[in-house]
Structures are given as structure tokens and as C-alpha cells.
Design a protein around this ligand. Structure first.
Ligand code: S3P
Length: 446
């Protein structure tokens, strides 16, 4: 049996991993473009005036959903590829009423950020929906502040779930104190704030990723940040001008290789062109604290975002505690950090991470259940996980629950298990990392 095999079953794929013959992971890895920056480049390109060029766009399902939505609102976007795409901006406030429902697919970023722009598109009507996962995720976190700005939004379960119907209205600026540290909430309100006369401010309990702030500034908006209070302000109706955006590799995708390279014996990987925006580098800090051997090389800045190549070598990991303000800086990496913790000596505690319950799946419940099926010792906490590591993993028959980060995290766990593993619905990886399995195969040494 080959080390990594994919079997197609109608629309689903099973991934089989046989760890017995893996003699380490080696190679140079190019990772796909950052998902957050890809979405934002499409959206800001759409609402700016003039041409925006995007290089390195992520070709996963999520940005494809964003591109499809904006195309159906009259924005010309060239065929998607990772080399270079061109967006003909239609100008702020000019999104057209689509002839049909807007489908955000699996993407929380698409629906939540887009709602900010739709809410202020005066006199136009929009219906937005998504797949079954997205239709179960909370939308009140953006509907409430948008209503405070004067938006008209109706949806299932008291306007909290998609499908949502939006009648665009003239909005007013607000100062919103968000109960959650969420870049999606913050960005939604900032985008709505573009369509108001005045200054809109968002204050969060901890700093979330700041890609919107950086890119809005680069396109010409007046954005002010107060890091001490975790507040961001934006002035309405700026002149937004199309730009060239070079999308760095996604550190959330690099995270799988950082953990794989750390836990699989005799490994050394170089991951090229990784975005190391400080609002995203919690994963590096935690892995280094756990004893990982990770070096940053060739650090540089590319169109406003810091980038480096990362070198990782096998290391003995020890347990840690992950809690508090660092959580938003590694929120998408908690499933793969749970895998690292399984192979670390001692008991790792993850707290303050209740947000994981409302991601593409309930990532706390799913990771605890799936890792325990492999023989791990994981206890679910209301807002986290307690993981006693160092006992090794058996193989198992697992499921992604259609969550891309679960599929990839379990695949990495399987590389270091004692017996073969099968992961059902592994194709979910394509949401953020279409080439994941090809890369995985290419770095496995026999
Ligand atoms: C994202 C923000 C995060 C993250 C998601 C992408 C973004 O969500 O989990 O994958 O691009 O703004 P929250 O803002 O809901 O924490």
C-alpha cells in the first residue's frame, strides 16, 4: 500500500494513510495563498475604482464563492488562477442587485464581510445563503451591529441564521463594542462604515487579524488603529483606488506542515513564502514554546504584509497552556495544535476557545472525538480541550465532518500513528488547500 492514497466515492473521497513505511518528511513546500487576504482582495477590488490585480490568490472553494457572488453583482473578475487575476472595480456603493440568491458556500468570511457591503447598498435587494454548515453558523454577531447602523436584514430563527434577506438602506456610523474578538465581525462593520457619512469604530475584547485594516489603507481608506483599546476606526466614503495585491502563503495552511515536520521523526521541511502578520503568528509562538525547532528565514514585506520562509525540523515537544488573548491569533490552528499536543510530553490545556464550536464544525467536539478514536487522551472542556500527550496514537477510521481543517489535522495525526488510518470526506481540504494531498504525498520519504 502506498503511504497516502485517495479513493473517490461518488462525491466524497476517502484518504488512506499507512504510516509504517514513512521514513521522515522532507522537501520545499509552496503553500496556497492566504484565505483571508484572498477574500479581501476580491471584495476591495470589486468596490474600488479602476483595476485591481491579484497575484497568488487562493484557488480554494471559499474564495471561489466570493468571486461568484461579486460577479453576480456586476463585477468583472477574470478567470481565477494563482498567477494573476484582474478585477474591474465598479466603485463604492455600486454593487448591482443580483438576479438570484448569493451563495457563500462554506465560507463564513464571504457571507459576513459581504453583508456589510449589501446592507448599505441603498434600495437593492439581496438574499444570501450557504451550505448546511454555514446555514447553522451564527449571523446575529453581524446582523445586530448592522441593525444598529440602520440595516434591514431578515432571516431564519429571529434573523440569526442564513438564508438572510437584505434590503439595502442608507446607514449611519456607530461605535460598536463587539463581544467577540472576530475579524469577520470587525471587517463587516468597517466595510459597512465605508458607506456612511462619518466615522465608524469597532472595539474588540482582543486583537483579531488586521488584514482588512491593512488592505483598506492600501486602497486609500482612512483607517485608525488604537492597539491599546483594540479599536479600529474608519471614515466613510473614501476614494478607493484599485491596487496590485500579492497574496502571501497562508500561515494557517503552513501550520499543518509545521506540526507534521515537528512530530514525524527524521523530518526537515522548508515552507516558502508564508505570511507572518503578527495577528496570525500565535501558532509560531506556541510551537516554539512547546520546543519545536522552527526558524524564520528571508523575512521581507510584500504589498503591506510581512512574509518569511519557515524551516522546521523534528523536535521533542512538551505540553503547554494556550489561553487568553493569543486565541484570536491562532484560532484556526487549534485543531492542528491539538495534534501537536497529542505528541507532546505532559498535559496541554486549551482554554477561552469556545469560538471553535461555531466554526465550519464544532471543532472542539470533533477533534476530541476523532483523536480519542485513535487512542488519544483528550477531554473536552466547555471552552477548550485538555490533552494528555506522549502516549502515541493507533490508527482508526475517522471523519472530517466536512470541515477542511479537521480533514488536514487528522491526516497529520495519521502520519505518526502506529497503524493505518482512513479519513472519510477528506475532500473538504479543498475549501482552503486544494493541493494538500499532492504535497503530502510528495514530502513522504519511503
Ligand atoms: C477570518 C476570521 C476568523 C477565521 C476565519 C477567517 C477572516 O473568523 O476563523 O477562518 O478572514 O476574517 P472569526 O473572525 O469569526 O474568528
Amino acid at each position: 500500500m502506498a503511504i497516502v492514497t485517495l479513493h473517490s466515492l461518488d462525491s466524497h473521497q476517502d484518504l488512506a494513510i499507512d504510516p509504517a513505511s514513512i521514513g521522515g518528511l522532507r522537501g520545499r513546500i509552496t503553500i496556497p495563498g492566504d484565505k483571508s487576504i484572498s477574500h479581501r482582495s476580491l471584495m476591495l477590488g470589486a468596490i474600488a475604482t479602476g483595476e485591481t490585480i491579484v497575484q497568488g490568490l487562493l484557488l480554494g472553494e471559499d474564495p471561489r464563492s466570493t468571486a461568484a457572488c461579486f460577479r453576480s453583482m456586476g463585477v468583472e473578475i477574470s478567470e481565477l488562477n494563482s498567477e494573476k487575476i484582474v478585477i474591474q472595480g465598479i466603485g463604492l456603493g455600486n454593487l448591482q442587485e443580483p438576479a438570484d440568491i448569493l451563495d457563500a458556500g462554506n465560507s463564513g468570511t464571504t457571507i459576513r464581510l459581504m453583508l456589510g457591503l449589501l446592507a448599505g447598498s441603498v434600495d437593492r435587494f439581496f438574499v444570501v445563503t450557504g451550505d448546511s454548515s454555514l446555514r447553522s453558523r451564527p449571523m446575529s454577531r453581524v446582523v445586530k451591529p448592522l441593525e444598529q447602523m440602520g440595516a434591514s436584514i431578515r432571516g431564519r430563527k429571529g434573523n440569526t441564521l442564513a438564508p438572510l434577506a437584505v434590503r439595502g438602506r442608507s446607514l449611519k456610523p456607530i461605535h460598536y463594542h463587539s463581544p467577540v474578538a472576530s475579524a469577520q465581525v470587525k471587517s463587516c462593520i468597517l466595510l459597512a462604515g465605508l458607506l456612511t457619512e462619518g466615522r465608524t469604530t469597532v472595539t474588540e475584547p482582543a486583537l483579531s487579524r488586521d488584514h482588512s485594516e491593512r488592505m483598506l489603507r492600501a486602497f486609500g481608506a482612512n483607517v485608525e488603529v488604537d492597539p491599546d483599546t483594540c479599536s479600529v476606526s474608519i471614515e466613510g466614503y473614501p476614494t478607493l483606488t484599485g491596487q496590485t495585491v500579492i497574496v502571501p502563503g497562508d500561515i494557517s495552511s503552513a501550520a499543518f506542515w509545521l506540526v507534521a515536520g515537528s512530530i514525524v521523526p527524521d523530518s526537515e521541511l522548508i515552507i516558502e513564502n508564508v505570511g507572518i502578520n503578527p495577528t496570525r503568528t500565535g501558532i509560531l509562538e506556541v510551537l516554539q514554546d512547546m520546543g519545536a525547532d522552527i526558524a524564520l528565514e528571508n523575512e521581507r514585506t510584500v504589498t503591506g504584509e510581512p512574509v518569511a520562509d519557515l524551516r522546521v525540523k523534528t523536535a521533542k515537544l512538551k505540553a503547554t497552556t494556550i489561553a487568553g488573548d493569543i486565541i484570536p491569533r491562532l484560532v484556526d490552528e487549534i485543531p492542528i495544535l491539538a495534534v501537536a499536543a497529542v505528541f507532546a510530553e505532559g498535559t496541554t490545556i486549551i482554554k477561552d476557545a469556545a469560538e471553535l464550536r461555531v466554526k465550519e464544525s464544532d471543532r472542539l467536539a470533533v477533534m476530541a472525538d476523532q483523536l480519542n478514536r485513535m487512542g488519544a487522551r483528550v477531554t473536552e472542556l466547555p471552552d477548550g480541550l485538555e490533552i494528555t500527550g506522549g502516549t502515541g496514537l493507533q490508527g482508526g477510521e475517522l471523519d472530517s465532518f466536512t470541515d477542511h481543517r479537521i480533514a488536514m489535522s487528522l491526516a497529520i495525526a495519521a502520519l505518526n500513528a502506529k497503524n493505518p488510518t482512513t479519513i472519510h470526506r477528506a475532500e473538504a481540504a479543498g475549501i482552503s488547500y486544494p493541493e494538500f494531498f499532492i504535497t503530502l504525498k510528495s514530502i513522504c520519504q519511503e
